[in-house]
Design a protein around this ligand. Sequence first.
Ligand code: HEC
Length: 93
Amino acid sequence: MYYKIPALSALLAVLAAYPLHAADISHGKSLQQKNCMGCHDDGMYTRENRRVSSLDGLQKQVERCELSLGLKWFEEDIAAVTEYLNTTYYHYK
Ligand code: HEC
């Protein structure tokens, strides 16, 4: 009997988190496609000897490139683009 309660709340947490997560990634994707193809295309994210080697490093690099564009993104935008790039190209935990 008791075991069902944590299982149910875990399920609800997953259901609650999923749409938000998916929306983040598509937000990040469209931001990236709109703003980030000026100096490099998405081949940059899969080049040999790529520079980024961790999730933290990826977020810092997104910030660096975003700053050089002078975009003034919100933290959520940086996070969404980092999430999109990580899910699509980098796959860091
Ligand atoms: C002003 C030109 C410029 C723009 C615009 C730009 N980038 Fe970059 N980006 C660079 C350069 C140059 C590098 C390579 C840096 C290096 O090798 O040290 C780079 C590298 C990167 C990398 C690291 C690739 C690797 O080696 O793993 C990521 C991630 C990245 N950019 C993301 C973005 C994102 C996201 C945007 C849009 C916000 C963006 N860039 C827009 C110039 C730019």
